[in-house]
Write a protein that binds this ligand. Structure first.
Ligand SMILES: *Cc1c(COP(=O)(O)O)cnc(C)c1O
Length: 432
């Protein structure tokens, strides 16, 4: 019997890998930041030297092979300063995928521009060049592409379409830190790459973000935009001196990263490649096993991707091979077997609860709620109805974890008839 109907779960008492991961080295970094008494880049350095957030910005740029990196407090803030650095504001349109976290859409609203939500590739959930082309208008100034879950958007085609249209490309790499396309890190193909470093992400520090670029001009603008119009001193500040200077060329807000957070990130960044390697091995083992279960297959990854990043691992699911059982119920049954969350992707933004521009006077002005509600996103719906997601930490453990996942998938496939509408309610009746 399925665990969701009262049967014994596949997964015993063994715990899943904890996330985020830290040890005494992390604690030492955090303590060093605490004891430096320099808790903010805005505060002076008693002993002089560069701030940790400046060091992390440079280290993260180097990791990605970009010229410049800016540390910020959130991925959402990275999106806002990227748009502002590109000069995007009222009257402008920015193309955003309809199927992603809400932040890319709200960031566009926050700079006074209009997010134009477009449908995505039904197999990968990522924006496509064709969808972008169809949504271009005389007001389009930029595209925000998201490399979603465990794959990479066709970045060569997105670069081609945005270059031809003479508009900017922002890559939102919040789910793809360190993924590589044809030997180059994602985030370096567009004008600016933005990253969330939130607690769930594969490079995590609780609440944090970063932006990378090869343009000195965009870098300088982003520095001022995130630090109340201030940039850095040229070299490291001396003892007791401030590191931020009031340049005032472009007015900013305060989206600075705390020094305590930057300390954690300086510890976490060198761990990322090892974690990528481990997740890659576990994903390959999972994919070997998927081949033996009808109706299940991996999310496609373009051939040009020589290293993928996994934020949420996705399994493509064909309801027809599961007696037509709906994705939510299959996900719930798997979660009960595995004692960890297996879930379908989010619904397209206009149908979710998070994108509500009409609830804020500043946004309601230029948001046509009726028109937005009437839009349809058939490819995003297809992706949602055919994808099972799990958090990347599930792939950070032992081979036996993968065996459990495969056993649970087999079991749920074998008993899928118990999850059809008719049988599901009947079973609920028996077990209630
Ligand atoms: C998590 C995420 C964000 C938001 O980042 P915050 O750090 O929470 O502001 C933005 N875009 C995408 C695609 C994300 O997954």
């Amino acid at each position: 019997m399925l665990a969701i109907h009262g049967g014994t779960p596949v997964r015993g008492a063994a715990a899943w890998p904890q996330w985020p991961q830290y040890d005494e080295r992390t604690e030492a970094e955090l303590l060093a930041a605490l004891r430096s008494s320099r808790w903010s880049v805005s505060w002076y350095a008693p002993e002089g030297g560069k701030s940790r957030e400046r060091l992390f910005g440079a280290a993260f740029a180097r990791y990605n092979g970009a010229a410049y990196g800016v540390s910020v407090d959130h991925g959402s803030s990275a999106l806002v300063i990227a748009l502002e650095a590109l000069g995007i504001g009222p009257g402008d349109e920015v193309i955003v995928p309809a199927l992603t976290w809400v932040a890319p859409a709200t960031a566009v609203l926050r700079v006074g521009a209009l997010p134009v939500l477009v449908d995505v590739d039904p197999e990968t959930g990522c924006l496509t060049a064709d969808q972008v082309r169809a949504a271009l208008s005389g007001r389009t100034r930029a595209v925000i592409a998201v490399h979603l879950a465990c794959t990479v958007a066709r970045i060569d085609e997105l670069v081609a379409v945005t270059t031809a249209a003479g508009i900017a490309l922002i890559e939102d790499c919040s789910q793809s830190h360190g993924a590589r396309w044809a030997g180059r890190a994602v985030g370096t193909f567009g004008d600016i790459g933005v990253f969330s470093l939130g607690a769930a992400k594969s490079l995590a520090a609780g609440e944090a973000g970063a932006a990378i670029t090869d343009s000195l001009e965009l870098y300088r603008r982003m520095l001022m935009l995130r630090a109340d119009s201030r940039g850095y001193t040229e070299g490291p500040p001396g003892a007791g001196e401030y590191e931020l200077v009031e340049l005032g060329e472009i007015m900013g807000g305060n989206y600075c990263m705390s020094e305590l957070t930057a300390g954690v990130l300086l510890d976490q960044l060198p761990r990322l490649d090892g974690q990528h390697a481990r997740r890659g091995i576990r994903a390959a083992q999972l994919e070997d096993g998927l081949a033996g279960i009808p109706g299940l297959s991996p999310i496609p990854v373009p051939a040009q991707v020589d290293r993928r990043a996994i934020y949420e691992y996705g399994v493509r699911f064909d309801p027809n091979a599961f007696d037509g059982a709906p994705i939510e119920r299959v996900a719930a049954a798997l979660s009960a077997e595995l004692r960890t969350k297996i879930y379908p992707p989010r619904v397209p933004l206009p149908r979710g609860n998070l994108l509500r521009p009409q609830s804020k006077p500043g946004f309601a002005r230029f948001w046509d709620a009726k028109r937005a509600a009437g839009r349809e996103f058939p490819a995003a719906d297809h992706y949602r109805e055919h994808t099972l997601l799990m958090h990347h930490s599930v792939l950070l453990g032992a081979r036996t974890d993968i065996d459990d996942i495969l056993t649970a998938l087999h079991k749920v496939h074998t008993h899928a008839d118990a999850l059809t509408d008719a049988n599901y309610s009947a079973m609920k009746g028996i077990t209630a």
